[in-house]
Design a protein around this ligand. Structure first.
Ligand code: PRX
Length: 645
């Protein structure tokens, strides 16, 4: 494929070679879709998916609620598997690369995956799981994760995947909220050459919950407990029937819940339906990454996150492509690991997060040069803004200046991507995501909800109904939260809680969250979640957490704590705090620094001014001190920060 040349404008247009193979290349598609977005999505849903019964109404809305493909009947697993069996049964559906280099890569064809999914669906049925039941999945990046998830969708059960690096407490909270009947987990997995234990956390989490069966994948071949409650995944699979008729569900039936951080301390279960989600997953995967039959797509996201759901698993499988998943750490046993995987498996589409890109930028380039990355055609970025330096490095060093970068903006709530350039249309501009996917409408508004059409003026990014088909339908068992979080500021629009502006070229550039959500190495968490965890320490009275910029991770949390009483050993104290965030959330939530302070800057109404703390941390002059209840606290904190640097 020909090379692109970055001009002064920084604006790249698709190469002729890309245009030739692109599914969409005419920019009129945006205008056409905008004329009647409902009709547009109706056409896509008809062409992209196999339906058991056509819908009676394509879109119905009574904001904040809406339905896509009402009356339509579908089975999701059938769309990912059965329909490919006629022509692609021997095609590789999943390539799994285990972390230990001594272990072999495992490939599962569509036929093999189909059989395993059917078997595991029968296992679930045997354990009395039926349509609408919640199944919790706490698995690392191993094929059993997709087998378990697809098995749920085969019988209409709702999966709730929990990130494997989350703590027992975090898992428990999610199990309890979803009232899951079964937990599917593993004895552990490999990370950086170490055996990570999952089972101990899982066992602790299921205590006194609704879970009555725990099915364990013996990934580490440890001796796993078996009995009435604990079962061996492989043994269960072995004895199961290979045929399982798919349960046909309504398009609007819930397919999965995925917990994510909101403004408060308690994570919320984002609810996704079946038909709408499938439509967006199928078409965004196809068009953004220009998926063709010979593609091998590698999305490096963990299945614990929405990107793992939609682009490591479902998007490529719905399209009948091959998806590659990797169990372990990006730089194990050396920083060449990812590039070797691309070379050995001829990966064509590579989709990762800026935090990983920035990490690799720091390693010796020899680890990349050693490998042949010529199979790559398209590169993707997701999860946080990508800076120009990282963009250019990714483009040149990984993509060899041959691959467009598709900077996809979206959220757990949106189910699939919403803003990005399409490979056959472009343009590809560093830092700029692009325009809303055809048939969707996102605009920038001021605090009153009035559209900002002027270029370079930052406002709030909102989605204008009709909403994209992949959008969340609610917060699990919490309609108030749904309304308050997404529909209270701008009644007529879905509130993304992101800031954005229009570039001179009329494209959308994301500036970041406008609420208390931070992105630490791409992981979404809130200041409140961390504050709650830390304040549990018996010596702490009050905590304020603020994110500060970090060269590799994008952001890291810093904690300010007020003590109840003096502590003797500062080092021990800090360790205890880190253990608390590890236990309550997971190691990604560890504060990078902890400052003990006498008072926190507060407004007269008692609100902690995190903005001021942040300014102090990044050496900026804090503004708005006059409204503070205790302006003197600012100078004191300034001194503490200086002495601890
Ligand atoms: O702030 C935006 C940022 O990630 C948030 C959503 O996080 P999460 O639900 O974990 O989903 C991440 C993967 C879809 C958004 O509100 N974000 C996501 N993609 C981008 C981004 N910020 C800038 N550019 C992006 N491409």
């Amino acid at each position: 494929m020909a090379k692109y040349v970055i001009k002064k404008s920084n604006k790249l247009v698709p190469s002729d070679a890309m245009k030739k193979i692109a599914h969409v290349k005419n920019k009129n598609i945006y205008k056409q879709a905008a004329k009647n977005p409902i009709k547009f999505w109706e056409k896509l849903a008809t062409e992209g998916l196999d339906w058991e019964k056509k819908w009676t109404k394509a879109y119905e809305q009574k904001l904040p609620y809406f339905k896509w493909f009402k009356g339509g009947k579908i089975n999701f697993s059938k769309n990912c598997l059965d329909r490919h069996l006629e022509n692609k049964s021997d095609k590789v559906a999943i390539t799994w690369v285990p972390e230990p280099t001594k272990e072999k890569t495992i490939k599962l064809t569509y036929k093999e995956l189909h059989e395993k999914v059917c078997k595991f669906a029968n296992v679930l049925k045997k354990h009395k799981i039926k349509k609408g039941d919640v199944v919790s999945i706490y698995l690392p990046m191993i094929p059993e994760a997709i087998i378990a998830m697809l098995a749920c969708t085969r019988i209409g059960a709702i999966h709730s995947v929990v990130f494997s690096a989350f703590s027992a407490d975090a898992l428990k909270a999610r199990i309890q909220d979803g009232k899951a009947k079964i937990l599917i987990t593993a004895d552990g997995y490999y990370r950086r050459g170490e055996k990570e234990d999952l089972l101990t956390k899982a066992r602790r989490a299921v205590k006194s919950t609704t879970v009555n069966k725990v099915i364990i994948v013996p990934r580490l071949r440890k001796k796993i407990p078996t009995g009435r409650k604990f079962l061996n995944f492989n043994k269960e699979l072995e004895s199961a029937e290979p045929n399982c008729e798919p349960t046909i569900v309504n398009s609007e039936d819930t397919m999965f819940i995925l917990y994510t951080s909101g403004t408060t301390g308690k994570p919320k279960g984002v609810v996704h339906d079946t038909g709408g989600y499938a439509t967006q997953a199928y078409w965004t995967a196809k068009w953004n990454f220009n998926l063709h039959d010979d593609d091998v797509m590698w999305c490096t996201a963990d299945v614990g996150w929405v990107t793992g759901h939609t682009y490591a698993f479902y998007g490529p499988l719905l399209n009948g492509a091959t998806t590659l998943i990797y169990e372990g750490s990006p730089d194990f046993p050396n920083p060449g690991r990812w590039w070797k995987i691309i070379q050995d498996n001829k990966v064509t589409v590579f989709y990762t997060a800026p935090t990983a890109i920035r990490m690799f930028q720091k390693f010796d380039p020899k680890y990349i040069k050693k490998h042949n990355l010529k199979s790559l055609r398209i590169l993707g970025s997701v999860g946080e803004p990508i800076d120009e330096d990282a963009w250019k490095w990714y483009f040149k060093t990984i993509g060899g200046s041959r691959c467009p970068i598709i900077d996809t903006w979206w959220q757990t709530e949106t189910g699939g991507t919403l803003i990005n350039a399409l490979p056959g249309i472009g343009p590809f501009v560093p830092k700029v995501s692009g325009q809303p996917f055809p048939g969707t409408n996102l605009i920038i508004v001021d605090e009153k909800g009035k559209q900002i059409k002027k270029k370079n003026v930052v406002g709030n990014l909102v989605q204008v109904p009709p909403l994209a088909p992949g959008m969340l339908h609610g917060v699990w068992k919490n309609p108030k939260k749904y309304k308050d979080t997404y529909w209270s500021r701008f009644k007529k629009y879905y509130d993304t809680s992101d800031g954005a502006f229009l570039t001179n070229g009329g494209l959308i550039r994301i500036t970041g969250r406008t609420d208390d959500v931070m992105k630490v190495a791409g992981h979404r968490m809130t200041t409140a979640e961390l504050e709650n965890a830390i304040t549990d320490h018996q010596a702490i009275n009050e905590t304020a957490v603020v994110p500060i910029p970090h060269e590799v991770k994008g952001e890291v949390p810093v904690a300010f704590v007020i003590l109840k009483h003096k502590i003797k050993d500062q080092e021990k104290f800090e360790k205890e705090i880190k253990k608390l965030t590890d236990d309550k959330i997971g190691p990604t939530a560890r504060p990078a620094k902890i400052y003990i302070v006498e008072a926190l800057p507060k407004t007269r109404s008692g609100k902690i001014m995190r903005r001021i703390l942040k300014a102090l941390l990044i050496d900026e002059e804090p503004k708005g001190l006059s409204t503070l209840l205790n302006p003197k606290s600012v100078d004191a904190i300034k001194k503490i920060i200086k002495t601890k640097k």
